[in-house]
Design a protein around this ligand. Structure first.
Ligand SMILES: *Cc1c(COP(=O)(O)O)cnc(C)c1O
Length: 234
């Protein structure tokens, strides 16, 4: 099943790239393996998957220790400051930075470990109350401030679009995030790196790619439905 799913998602990504005149290399597929057992990740690894996404610090950390070291781990879930020390040095990219206090804590831990942490700024484009992320009009000032930290590299923006039946309903959300990244690049005279746009999940990654996503985060479409009962995660 994993093999068929990966083949299908790969084909859909390639086609979405073609439709929008983009090259396949511009889009990174992040296989979101949260709640899935290590054995399943090993199977995916055997099929060539090297980029995994997790949303819990402990789970990412355990899987990091259990799996080969040429994997790129992406932290896509909400982060608590007291857990940062467990993933700095393990996560290749933190997608979910949405407060100065969190950025400060990342800076401090990265400095301690003498490395630089790559991050994305999480934006709550649709203004949903239940979601984390900055308001679009807060992002520029925030990016400026974080750019001053010497152990953090801002790489771009991330959003979690609303859950919708029809993925077309999220097109404006993705277009908004893209526009925000273009505006910030221009306003900062290219001093703030906005090259990464992490947007699009199983239901809407095709539309996200058409609107400029450079990373899509796909869980269900690759690993199947998640069962939260055993893991208590979510
Ligand atoms: C779980 C999760 C995904 C993947 O969702 P699917 O709908 O299963 O593809 C993507 N992004 C984030 C932040 C997630 O938590």
């Amino acid at each position: 099943m994993l093999k068929e799913n990966l083949t299908y998602v790969e084909k859909e990504i390639t086609e979405a790239c073609k439709r929008s005149g983009r090259s396949r290399e511009e889009v990174t597929l992040i296989s979101v393996s949260k709640t899935k057992p290590v054995g399943m990740l090993e199977e995916a690894y055997g099929l060539g998957v090297r980029v995994f996404g997790e949303n819990k610090v402990q789970e990412l950390s355990q899987k990091y220790d259990a799996l080969p070291k040429d994997i790129e781990w992406h932290m896509i879930g909400h982060l608590q400051r007291n857990k940062i020390k467990y993933i700095i040095g393990k996560a290749a990219l933190i997608h979910s930075v949405d407060s100065l206090r969190l950025a400060e804590a990342i800076e401090k831990e990265a400095a301690k470990q003498n490395l630089t942490a790559d991050i994305l700024i999480e934006v709550n484009v649709a203004g949903e109350e239940s979601k984390f992320g900055l308001k679009p009009d807060e992002v520029f000032d925030f990016a400026l401030k974080v750019s001053e930290f010497s152990h953090i590299r801002v790489k771009g923006l991330m959003t979690i679009a609303p859950f919708v039946e029809n993925p077309e309903d999220n097109r404006a959300v993705f277009a908004h995030l893209k526009k925000l990244s273009v505006d910030i690049t221009r306003k900062s005279a290219h001093n703030i790196n906005m090259s990464v746009l992490s947007m699009g999940m199983t239901n809407d990654y095709r539309v996200a790619i058409e609107e400029g996503a450079t990373m899509v985060r796909i869980g269900t479409g690759i690993f199947g439905e998640r069962s939260y009962a055993q893991t208590n995660a979510g």
